[in-house]
Design a protein around this ligand. Structure first.
Ligand SMILES: Nc1ncnc2c1ncn2[C@@H]1O[C@H](COP(=O)(O)OP(=O)(O)OP(=O)(O)O)[C@@H](O)[C@H]1O
Ligand SMILES: [Mg+2]
Length: 260
């Protein structure tokens, strides 16, 4: 793919602890086209967050390169938007100022950041909560604020590490629809980590299935379901078949269609 938005070339991660080597990520090649929604699923410890830390430039890989728009971005921070697995809003800042924070860190004056954030808070379900503090919001609302903060930093590539992992099923479902709307509006390239196979299939254009010891991608499943998507999709035979395929792979029951 000559025009990949994000490419990993032979990226691996070996940790050394007490003289022992541990391969968290076996050499990985991957290419993601701009504007796509990709999910990574896999057991705990298979290296999902490690991939994100490498792409975000927070962790230098043991080997290989990260390319964004074909340019070497290995070890460079600030090239992608990243919502960490344990993302926290600052408790002493209002929702509005939390959402403006990502821009502020990139040098946008707070007043301007607030001006840009305010209409988005209204549009994306946080209208009326701008001056509240995170502790007085529901879990879903906190995640909305954290996601908007990540999206408002103008990076084409956005990494979301289990943003809905701690939410109850109903809140999670409404957050997925909210995220799909945002994805349609913003046109970013999203990589999304989840343990929830249904969530991965529902949101994505492609699902990467990973395995551990060593961490690696074992298959790439295209999700050729039309957009916009709504909840009724999840009970269609094609959706159910794709979900089953991923679950079987995760449980080691299915042979991958291709070596990824
Ligand atoms: N700094 C580190 N030093 C040593 N080992 C590490 C380090 N960071 C991660 N690991 C190990 O690398 C492996 C992959 O970790 P990673 O956090 O990427 O997994 P994950 O797929 O995100 O898991 P989870 O689903 O639980 O979030 C794990 O076995 C972890 O213990
Ligand atoms: Mg993780």
């Amino acid at each position: 793919m000559a025009n990949a938005k994000l490419a990993l070339n032979d990226v691996s991660m070996v940790f050394k602890t007490d003289g022992q080597e541990f391969t968290a990520l076996a050499p990985l090649d991957l290419e993601i086209e701009g504007g796509r929604f990709i999910s990574l699923i896999g057991p705990s410890g298979c290296g999902k967050s490690t991939i994100f830390n490498i792409v975000a430039g927070l962790q230098p890989p043991s080997s290989g390169k990260v390319l964004i728009d074909g340019r070497d971005a290995t070890g460079m921070i600030g090239q992608v938007g990243y919502m960490l697995q344990k993302d926290l809003l600052l408790p002493w800042r209002t929702v509005l100022d939390n959402v403006a924070l990502g821009m502020e860190i990139r040098g946008v004056p707070l007043a301007e950041g607030r001006e840009r954030a305010a209409p988005l808070l209204k549009r994306y379900g946080l209208g009326g909560f701008e001056m509240r503090y995170p502790s007085s919001l529901s879990g879903g609302m906190r995640q909305r604020a954290a996601l908007l903060r990540t999206l408002l930093v103008d990076n084409d590539v956005v990494l979301l590490d289990e943003p809905f992992g701690a939410l109850d099923a109903q809140t999670k479902a409404s957050m997925q629809e909210w995220l799909l709307q945002l994805f349609g509006d913003f046109g970013r390239t999203v990589i999304f980590v989840t343990h929830d196979v249904e969530e991965a299939v529902f949101l994505s254009d492609e699902v990467y299935v990973m395995a551990s010891r060593p961490g690696r991608v074992i298959d790439r499943m295209p999700v050729d379901l039309p957009r916009p998507r709504d909840r009724s999709l999840v009970s269609t035979p094609r959706f159910v078949a794709m979900k089953k395929y991923c679950l079987d792979l995760l449980h080691g029951a299915a042979a991958p269609a291709e070596a990824a």
